[in-house]
Design a protein around this ligand. Structure first.
Ligand SMILES: Cc1cc2nc3c(=O)[nH]c(=O)nc-3n(C[C@H](O)[C@H](O)[C@H](O)COP(=O)(O)O)c2cc1C
Length: 216
């Protein structure tokens, strides 16, 4: 099969966690000869090309990060320019996010199911996975650890043509972290994770503390 893949992140390719996830996902997907063409929504100069590819494709996969509980505004702006399809096209999604609990992504997932219908496509399911905040800040070894499991999901997608298998559903992990784990996460957020966020922020040029409140 040939798949049109659209990275719906507003972040440019070089910095997009979605793009790093797609690298591994497509490795798995293409092992048995499937092919794909990948476009980035962040590249506004290419929107005419992406629209043309959408018009000509019957197997569309949109990979997107969760932004403020739902889909990024830039992707929405693009989607509003599309004409709903009339043939037998299928639309599937990879929805990934920062927070790790599955429950954080369910509202976005419910919207994506509707979105496929709004665009005249049958719904090929959504691969739902959180815990991805740090991907772009990791060293090569740890980034590979974080993203390589997506190769297996690429194989599943290639074999089934959708994300409805039990393996894909289990990939989400826990819906809600158990109470002791939440306590531990809370503790680590105040200590180790906070340090790591401070380091990430400094690497982006941030000179003030993360809890700096200039307006209070
Ligand atoms: C403006 C903004 C809003 C976000 N909102 C959420 C959110 O509501 N829930 C969540 O779990 N992660 C949220 N995130 C984290 C992203 O989903 C996560 O870092 C993702 O891996 C980014 O992918 P990208 O680099 O391809 O854009 C947000 C990130 C940004 C920048």
């Amino acid at each position: 099969m040939h798949v049109l893949i659209i990275n719906g992140s507003p972040r440019i390719k070089k910095f997009s966690n979605t793009d790093m996830i797609l690298k591994e996902f497509t490795k798995g997907m293409c092992e048995n000869g499937d092919t794909f063409h990948l476009y980035e929504i962040s590249d506004k100069d290419n929107w005419d090309l992406i629209r043309k590819a959408y018009d000509e494709s019957d197997n569309i996969l949109i990979a997107l990060p969760l932004y403020v509980e739902c889909i990024p505004g830039l992707l929405m702006e693009f989607l509003e320019t599309l004409t709903p399809k009339t043939g037998n096209a299928k639309m599937s999604f990879i929805l990934q996010s920062g927070f790790s609990e599955g429950v954080q992504l369910r509202c976005g997932e419910a919207y994506l199911e509707k979105l496929a219908g709004y665009l005249g496509c049958t719904y090929g399911g959504t691969l739902v996975k959180g815990g991805n905040f740090e991907i772009r800040f990791l060293n090569d070894e740890n980034r590979s650890k974080a993203t390589s499991p997506y190769a297996e999901m690429g194989r599943e997608f290639s074999a089934n043509g959708n994300f409805n298998s039990d393996k894909c559903k289990a990939f989400t992990g826990p819906e809600i972290l158990p109470a002791p784990v939440r306590l531990l996460v809370g503790f680590f957020f105040k200590t180790a994770v906070r340090k790591s966020f401070e380091k990430d922020a400094a690497s982006l040029g941030c000179e003030r503390p993360l809890d700096y409140r200039p307006y209070t």
